[in-house]
Design a protein around this ligand. Structure first.
Ligand code: ADP
Ligand code: MG
Length: 259
């Protein structure tokens, strides 16, 4: 209970009369890759936005490292080490890939670089930018304007920009969305590389089940705004209720044949 890096209790979010998230409690343990899955309209994105601070809950609390952050906006959460999730629309299209990554590193001006302050701090941001481009496989296109990248490349750049801030916790909203299926294995590799860099906790909303089953330590399944099931990938794959409600629907299998 208490060793969760991030936890939420009794989260509820309504839009007018619609209950998008209904009494959701979740615990994200440090060092884990924790995926949130569920059918369309289940409330995943809303829950995600409650965790990032983009939305404020109608009820309930969000706690990070023992501190109640329910009322903190996104940028304040970023300063606590929660990787804000950049969107493609946040990229500077005419700046190079490297400059985008450098600006992300600089945006937070992390104290990591305290000893390199002033004259050399610029160099340290550039160095960090190259590091994250290496991790995300963008080193070779560092000098290209961001808007010349294909969609998959832009998604990788988003990841690079989150990483540039060196967060302890990364919140990823459908990292494979819009990617061609042949690019998915590379994305899995990148996330593995991020995990190997150590001490990173990842919370991810993701539709692609091969990604989810491959890289998750833990999975929370949502359905109609609530938590339907939680477990490791094996438990979730074997869960009959999940099969019926989610996997069956996803793969469009007739009921009863999803096992
Ligand atoms: N900003 C919003 N305003 C009104 N309704 C919303 C808003 N965001 C989500 N919803 C509704 O809340 C429910 C959950 O949506 P969402 O969290 O996007 O689900 P998911 O990401 O699992 O597909 C849906 O019925 C959706 O239409
Ligand atoms: Mg969604």
């Amino acid at each position: 209970m208490t060793d969760a890096l991030l936890s939420a209790r009794g989260l509820r979010k309504t839009f007018g009369g619609l209950v998008a998230v209904d009494d959701v409690s979740i615990e994200i343990a440090a060092g884990m890759t924790h995926s949130i899955i569920g059918p369309n309209g289940a409330g995943k994105t809303t829950l995600f936005n409650l965790l990032t601070g983009r939305y404020h809950p109608t009820r309930g609390v969000v706690v990070y490292k023992g501190r109640d952050i329910t009322a903190l906006p996104v940028y304040k959460r970023a300063h606590l080490g929660i990787g804000r999730s950049f969107q493609i629309t946040n990229l500077f299209p005419n700046l190079t890939v490297l400059e985008n990554a450098r600006l992300a590193a600089q945006a937070l001006g992390k104290d990591n670089f305290r000893i390199f302050r002033l004259a050399t701090s610029f160099d340290s941001y550039i160095r960090r930018a190259y590091e994250v481009l290496e991790i995300t496989g963008l080193r070779e296109v560092a000098a290209l304007p961001a808007n010349t990248l294909p969609h998959g490349g832009k998604r990788k750049l988003e990841l690079a920009m989150i990483l540039a801030c060196d967060p302890e916790l990364l919140l990823l909203d459908e990292p494979t969305a819009g990617m061609a299926s042949e690019q998915v294995p590379e994305l899995i590799q990148i996330i593995d590389r991020i995990r190997e860099q150590g001490a990173k906790t990842i919370v991810m909303v993701e539709h692609n089940m091969s990604v989810v089953m491959n890289i998750s330590d833990r999975i929370t399944v949502m359905h109609q705004g609530r938590v339907l099931a939680e477990g490791d990938p094996r438990q979730i794959a074997a869960d009959r209720m999940v099969q019926a409600v989610y996997l069956g629907e996803l793969y469009d299998l007739p009921k009863g044949e999803s096992a």
